[in-house]
Design a protein around this ligand. Structure first.
Ligand SMILES: O=C(O)[C@H](O)[C@@H](O)[C@H](O)[C@H](O)COP(=O)(O)O
Length: 231
């Protein structure tokens, strides 16, 4: 079975366990390759996990690069910015010396030059990722792979490593790592909480088109995936 489903009693326990799993991946990557890169999701779910991971002392954070699975195309002062969330919740205390690699590079909407610039930045990341932590929306999106996304098909199949995507449910223009690039990882995690998301996951695990619920592209990729859930 490539999908390993883990349930936890509450949000704090999940955050602690997921932080320990990701910390192990980071330490192993540093031991094997001298450095580690992780890609994390934004949104309302990962705050506690970020806090727990950032407080981990037995990691050489100076050898860690943190980036985002996807980003809303907003300035870092916006409360919609995933970069702001990561900086405020994770890159404090022991983790403050980690390098952060942003996906956003200014302006109203990501144009081809900006994507090229981000792709050049991203090419400096150690490969593979030590860990990629995905979230999921109630519409079945993950990363910025939204139903109805204008570049959804490329986002799920192109090398990228990143591209721009616009979708009715996305709020603002987005930049996202493509799925093939996200699958280049030692550890792939999906972090979801609550009964509503458990029900969405059940539907996604059933039959149906990927375009309706793009998380299916991850679930059907065959890549080993650990799903962390709590009520
Ligand atoms: O920037 C983003 O929006 C995310 O990276 C996105 O993919 C997120 O993981 C889901 O939308 C779940 O978001 P919630 O945790 O807010 O439900």
């Amino acid at each position: 079975m490539t999908i390993d489903r883990r349930s936890f009693a509450d949000k704090s326990t999940l955050a602690k366990e997921l932080a320990e799993a990701v910390a192990d991946r980071i330490r192993s990557a540093i031991a094997e390759r001298g450095e580690a890169a992780i890609a994390v999701s934004g949104g309302s779910t990962p705050g506690k996990f970020f806090g727990a991971l950032g407080k981990t002392r037995d990691i050489d954070w100076s050898k860690v690069v943190v980036t985002l699975v996807d980003e809303r195309w907003v300035d870092e002062t916006s409360d919609r910015s995933n970069a702001l969330l990561v900086n405020e919740k994770m890159l404090q205390g022991p983790a403050a010396v980690a390098r952060f690699l942003p996906l956003y590079s200014g302006g109203e909407t990501p144009d081809a030059d900006q994507i090229e610039k981000t792709n050049a930045l991203v090419s400096s990341l150690p490969k593979p990722f030590a860990a990629v932590i995905l979230g999921m929306g109630n519409d079945g999106h993950t990363a910025s792979f939204f139903p109805g996304g204008d570049t959804l098909s490329d986002a799920l199949s192109a090398e990228g490593p990143t591209l721009a995507i616009h979708a009715p449910g996305a709020g603002e223009p987005r930049i996202t790592f493509t799925l093939p690039r996200l699958l280049e990882t030692d550890g792939l995690y999906l972090h979801i909480e609550g009964d509503e998301k458990a029900a969405v996951l059940e539907t996604a695990l059933g039959d149906g088109p990927i375009e309706d619920m793009p998380i299916r592209a991850v679930l059907r990729s065959g890549a080993p995936l650990a799903i962390y859930w709590c009520p």
